[in-house]
Write a protein that binds this ligand. Sequence first.
Ligand code: NAD
Length: 478
Amino acid sequence: MHNAYSKLFLLIDGEWLSADGRDVSPVVNPATGETIGEVPHATRADLDAALASSQRAFKTWRNTSAYERAKVLRKTAELLRARSEDIATKLTLEQGKPLFEARYEVASSADYFEWFAEEGRRVYGRIVPPRNQAVHQLVRREPIGPVAAFAPWNFPAITPTRKIAAALAAGCSVIIKPGEECPATALEIARALHDAGLPPGVLNVVFGAPAEISEYLIASPVTRKVSFTGSVPVGRHLSVLAGQALKPITLELGGHAPALIFEDADLESAARILAAGKFRGTGQICLSPTRILVQKPVHEKFLDLFAKATEGLKVGNGLDPKTQVGPISNQRRIDAVSDLISDATARGARIVTGGQRIAGPGLFWQPTILADIPTAAKVMHEEPFGPLALVLPFDTIDDALEESNRLPYGLAAYAFTESARTAIRVGKELDAGMIGINHTQMIVCELPFGGVKDSGHGSEGGAEGIQSYLTTKFISQV
Ligand code: NAD
């Protein structure tokens, strides 16, 4: 065990429940292969206790004023900032990303808690002029009820936070199942909420076999709303379960983001920004720019600059301050990336740089760029979710837009251009929920985060983020 890593628990009805008497699964540091912890799996009785406590807590939390709820959320933000170094270290140990990214993630989570603390105070209803003056017509926005939330392992702080902060601000209670691979970070967020005075049961944290837990929680009559971040196939499955139970679901699923480099772009800046953006989180980010489409006259020059910027990235253990790219987080993604590269090269794609696993006990992979990729290659259809960029040429803006919108994904898209006319056109015509022009930094609490098409529906930040945890009621009184 690493001494900076903590013992892992379930949090049910305000009690920290240890692994004693429960099944466990190992938590492995992807940079070293070392087992650093054991995460307890919730039993059926634990899930029943979590549901009962979530139902009880909802009754009091919904009737706690938004002003009081905001105090707890703001205090949570303060505690997260004060504990940032400790939480970021745990995050790096279990997820692998460099410490500077982990610190950014913790800081960003604190921002989300503050943002939603204030958004909760701006949930307004309205009074509608009546047809008959004796009638008083009131439209109320009310918390939807207990939420079942499922968060992944790639952003172990931000993904649970976006769900928890918005739901709690709205007055909902939450049962969250974070990723089993990265449990300590989510537990630290829960601990900050607990220490900030969140009443028992308003947030329950469970771990276990994902499919069993989601099926049970979604079907329970206690649950009124579902939220999931993860892959398209799992999102589709949970959407069916939620549909059968007639419960609304917010889905933030995968992406295969295009990045369009027009001939008038600042190529050096685009190459630098895309190398940092692509290999951030070792490419295990749903927003990651993947299909880099470059206008033909500047294709070779850009490829050269992009390869140089990529080769300059330092791969290593995230705890090393010099590291810019950490390990891949789990063996599943190593296998998937390796398979996508073999398939593409077998079909004629060229490896511009990288392409190999780096020897050692950890799960390190060279940042990889492919060129001359035929459309039939699997990687042109499947999200690589790893350190793999594809560079492809295009002739006209119409061609670039057609290729960009070809896939069923629609999460993020990027364009690099100095032309306002081009920027406006791509902003309008790219099928994506989030579009970055001349940059890739899109995760900010005050902006809505979410996709279209197979990338999901609903928004998790901005003024929109709280809406999915609210329902509308009208009261008409004579
Ligand atoms: P996966 O499809 O096995 O799992 C994706 C996530 O869903 C994991 O966190 C997993 O614990 C959870 N999950 C799986 N089955 C579940 C179920 N039945 N109920 C509830 N949760 C369930 O894939 P993976 O190998 O863990 O991750 C890689 C894929 O996931 C990538 O292709 C990527 O598209 C996607 N992903 C997307 C995001 C995102 O931010 N949108 C985050 C992580 C993973």
